[in-house]
Structure formats: C-alpha cells, structure tokens
Design a protein around this ligand. Structure first.
Ligand code: D5M
Ligand code: FE
Ligand code: ZN
Length: 541
C-alpha cells in the first residue's frame, strides 16, 4: 500500500507495534519517499521504544540530507505540505496554512437555539492556525472520566419482575424531579378526594387517546394505580399532547370532576432541563470529533471519506482534536435487517471488526477514543447495551479506546457528554409532528429526549429494552453535550444550553434508505470546541 498520507503511515506504524507522535508522522509524510523514511526510522528506533518520536524521524531525515540528497526539503514547511497534499482535499479548511491564518474562524453557530443543519454549512473553516508551540499534545492536560457505564453490571433476567423494578426506578427517579413542583397525590387517593377540588399527580403515561368530541384522554400510572386526565381541545396545553410518548414520566395538575372520576388538566410538567443550566467548558482550547455509524463491512462504507478524515486529523487544522467519540454502529454487522447480506462487503462479523480496527489505526495514536455500541454492533440489541466483549475489545485494541455501554456519559476536561446510539430517535420522529422532530432536524428529536430526561422513553416499539434493576436510560444529570447517531443525518443545536449533536455517518445511501427516501449525511465530522461548545463541521465526502 503506498504511503501517500499520514493516516496510512500511522496505520503502518501501528501494525508494526508502534505509536507515533503527530509531528513524527507529519514529517515522514512530507519526505520525498515516505516509505523509505518509514522503513529506516523503524530500523533505527531503539528496541524498547513504543513511540516513534519526532527526534527518531529527524535523525533519519538528517542522515538523508547529509548523504547529499540535496532535494530534501526544510522542515519548516513540512506540516503545510502534508496537509495540502492529499488530506481532506474537498474541504477548504486546510487548503493552505496562510489562508487559515488570515481568515477568522467560521463557526456553524450552534450558539443559537435550533441552529439549522442544512446543506450549506460545509465546507467550513476550523479555527485559525495555531502556532508551532501548540502542536505538541500534552497528555497531562487531559482528563477523561466515564459514568453510568453498565458493562458487566447487567442484573436483568428478562423476567416480569425486572420490568416492574425498572419502571418503578424510572417513576421514582424521574418523579423526584417533579414532586417538588406540584402538590401531588397517589392515583388511588385521588379517586377518594371530594369532587371539584384541585389535584395533582406524578406518573408514567400509560395511554393517550382522543375522545369522540376531540379532547384527549391521558391515563397516568403510579405505584398505586392509574387515573385518567382530560386535556380539553381548546386548552393551550393541547399542543403538548402530540409530544407525549408512552412510559414517559410527567406531572399533571388540574381540577377533579364532580364525581372524582376524572381530572381536567390545567398544567403539565416535564422533568426537563432547567433553563438556567450552565454548561461546563474546558479551560484550554481543545476539540473533540463526534462521529458515529462508520458501518465498516458495508459495500456503502465510504473509505475515501474516512481516509480524508483520518488524514485531516494528522494535519495542523486537525491537531486540536484530542478526543474522538464514536456513538455506535462501528460495523455493518450481519443479519440486522432483512436482505442486508446483499449489501455486505465483508460477511464475517469478526472480519468486519478487524477491518474497523484498521480504520481506527489510521487516526493519530495520541487521540483519546471513546466508543459505545449501536444496533449494528455485535452486542445484545436491547438497551442498555453493554460495551463490547473481550474478544472484540482485543480486536479493537489499537490506540486503546475506552469501550463503554450505550448509553454512557464521558466527561472530557470538565465537559460531560451523554453518548447514546439513538434508536429511539426513529420512534420520536415517527410519533411526533414534523415540526417537532424529523430526519432533517434530528437534533430536535434529541431535544424531546432531554425534555423527558430519558433516552428511550417508549417501551415496546423499535427500541428494545433489557430490564435491569435500575433504569440506565434515565438522563439523571444534565449533560453539557448530548451526542447521538443512528439516523445518519447531521444536525445540531442547543436546548436549554445543552448542545445536542446527531452525527452523520460514513455509509453512502443503502438500497433500503433509497426505498424510504432517507438521504444520509455521509462523510461529515462535527468538531466541538470544548472551551466554547461551538461546533464546526468538516466535510470529507
Ligand atoms: O439506521 C439508519 C437509519 O435507517 C435509521 O433511521 C433506521 C433506518 N433503517 C435502515 N434500514 C432499515 C430497515 N431495514 N428497516 C427500518 N429502518 C431502517 P441503521 O441503524 O444504521 O441501519
Ligand atoms: Fe447506523
Ligand atoms: Zn443504528
């Protein structure tokens, strides 16, 4: 394989058991004959070295120069030439270092509520160029902490009792976010209260149906029983009814009918994210790339786009990216959908992960990588999904990724990121009116999950639930960033100051997607500035 780009070089080095400093890779890539330089570097690195350093490379380049090659280039421009050579050639972002110095950074502006993610936002510029001094990454400055990883913690047996426990936990924990806000009573107590009085209840939505006269009847359930609540069609709250999903937790306040058989809703309360939420930010300029749905093994996997992305990460434009978060669907998997095998490039699941691992090796070895599984991955389909098993971890061990459950929360330099693959988004999009959630604006569907403080409220639809003692799908603490994938559409925006990002994918349109008019956003990498939570999108397709 020709060594025409940094990604290939790092991949080659990793295959031979070496990690490498970014600058070392950049310098090899910039040499006249990268393959020869790489071979010589490997011959000359001390046997005990695990990392190929810039000094190792420089020694070889120096020796070449002394041998009077004459045509070898001064190092000062090495990084620029490497970035201009073949990386991300469709983007303007790194066309030249000069351009990025003079242009102000262009942000696609997730600063605004509901910032649209339309086709015009790319290609865009990343931050202005950084001084050479910024180039070297300082692992000491990093911090990464995982919370709510349930890998190895599964207690569920799939028995009826587990369902009782998980829903009780959901009602308790989400209910506690509501109980202080209303003067609530248990369902059975409400039935015995005098008619005509004010009443409130915290419960799970059991059923939503319209009445013959166009009003809405919502049955709420708590630990004691159920009670019916009526939303009159002319009330302002009627607009909220079309957002309701079965099994979400909310509170209602209203007036009891004369016979205490039903209550008329005056107010509805959702667990929600407080409007006053103030996100944490990193205290230095550092970026994270949030991607998902790589689908290696599919005939539609976009190798060229991935190569450009990996190469770009090695350039100066990509050097501030120190974290790579991957929200599921690493591989295409087998037997996920009917007739899927007709579109497989690699039919063996383990070979798919081997191939994915090769893709992972292309990115800089100094990136911190966090991965959760998706519905195409080889773990149980029901959520929460534990992180990959030992055999798969072994296959994907290059660059030592953190492999955690779907969902999990990772806090990087103070910024908490809730990672969830996103299968429930299909449901939210199917159930809600288009202006509230659609494939074109997947981040709005994410807002609904934040409002409900649960990543997969509805049980029994697309999303399969593995009942555990505790409900791992609750959004207990408000994240600073909510990262999902799955629907293969790129979209981001802010909801009560939480940055919601649905990453696109690395798979071109499949026959199925064509048949249902899904037009995927393939080959984009949203990049978040962790110090400002601004987003820029890099296009590689
Ligand atoms: O899902 C990618 C998107 O496409 C997601 O919105 C589900 C949808 N999809 C793709 N294939 C199917 C089939 N066969 N049935 C239903 N929905 C589908 P992903 O998880 O990447 O396949
Ligand atoms: Fe996917
Ligand atoms: Zn998926």
């Amino acid at each position: 394989m020709p060594l025409e780009g940094p990604a290939r070089i790092v991949s080659e080095l990793t295959n031979r058991g070496y990690n490498a400093e970014r600058e070392a890779v950049t310098r090899i890539a910039a040499a006249d004959d990268p393959q020869a330089v790489l071979e010589r570097v490997i011959e000359r690195v001390p046997a005990e070295a695990l990392v190929v350093s810039t000094d190792h490379v420089e020694t070889v380049l120096e020796a070449n120069r002394e041998r009077g090659a004459g045509d070898s280039e001064p190092d000062a421009n090495a990084a620029d030439r490497a970035s201009g050579a073949d990386s991300a050639s469709d983007t303007d972002a790194d066309a030249s270092a000069d351009a990025s110095t003079s242009n102000p950074p262009v942000s696609t502006g997730a600063g605004a509520e509901d910032s649209p993610a339309d086709g015009d936002r790319s290609p865009v510029e990343t931050k202005g160029s950084r001084s050479a001094a910024d180039r070297s990454v300082d692992p000491e400055a990093r911090s990464l902490e995982i919370r709510n990883d349930m890998t190895g913690q599964s207690t569920g047996t799939g028995e009826y009792g587990d369902f009782v426990s998980v829903f009780r936990d959901r009602l308790n924990r989400l209910g506690s976010k509501l109980r202080g806000r209303v003067n609530h009573r248990p369902a059975t107590a409400i039935q015995n209260m005098p008619g005509g009085g004010e009443v409130a209840m915290v419960g799970l939505v059991n059923d939503v149906r319209s009445t013959a006269s166009g009003h809405w009847l919502i049955e709420l359930e708590d630990a004691t029983g159920t009670f019916p609540w009526l939303v009159m069609k002319d009330r302002e709250y009627v607009d909220l009814v079309d957002e309701l999903l079965c099994d979400e937790v909310l509170a209602m306040e209203g007036t009891l009918s004369d016979d205490s058989g039903i209550a008329f809703v005056d107010s509805m309360y959702f667990p929600d994210v407080p409007r006053t939420h103030e996100p944490s930010t990193a205290d230095r300029p550092v970026q994270a790339a949030l991607i998902s749905d790589v689908h290696v093994g599919s005939q539609e996997f976009m190798a060229d786009a991935w190569n450009r992305f990996a190469d770009w990460l090695h350039t100066e434009a990509g050097e501030a990216v120190e974290y790579l978060l991957i929200a599921g669907d690493m591989v295409e998997g087998v037997g996920v959908y009917p007739n899927q095998d007709e579109e497989l490039d690699i039919v063996d699941i383990y070979e798919q992960y081997e191939a994915f691992s090769e893709r992972l090796k292309q990115v800089p070895g100094d990136l911190e990588i966090v991965m959760i599984p998706g519905n195409h991955d080889a773990v149980r389909l029901a959520e929460p999904q534990p992180g990959f098993d030992e055999e798969l971890r072994e296959i994907m061990s290059a660059h030592a990724p953190r492999i955690v459950s779907n969902p999990s929360t990772v806090t990087i330099e103070g910024v908490s990121v809730l990672m969830y693959h996103g299968v429930s988004l299909d449901e939210v999009i199917a159930e809600l009116p288009a202006e509230k959630a659609s494939y074109d604006e997947p981040h709005k569907a994410m807002y609904q999950l934040l409002k409900k403080r649960h990543v997969a409220p509805q049980f029994g639809g697309h999303t399969r639930l593995a009942p555990e003692e505790k409900d791992y799908l609750i959004i207990d603490e408000v994240p600073d960033i909510f990262h999902t994938g799955h629907v293969h559409k790129l979209g981001f925006g802010k909801y009560h100051n939480v940055l919601a990002i649905n990453s696109g994918c690395w798979q071109a349109q499949t026959d199925f997607q064509k048949s249902v008019n899904i037009d995927p956003d393939s080959g984009y990498a949203p990049i978040v500035d962790l110090d400002t939570l601004d987003v820029t999108v890099q296009k590689f397709s």
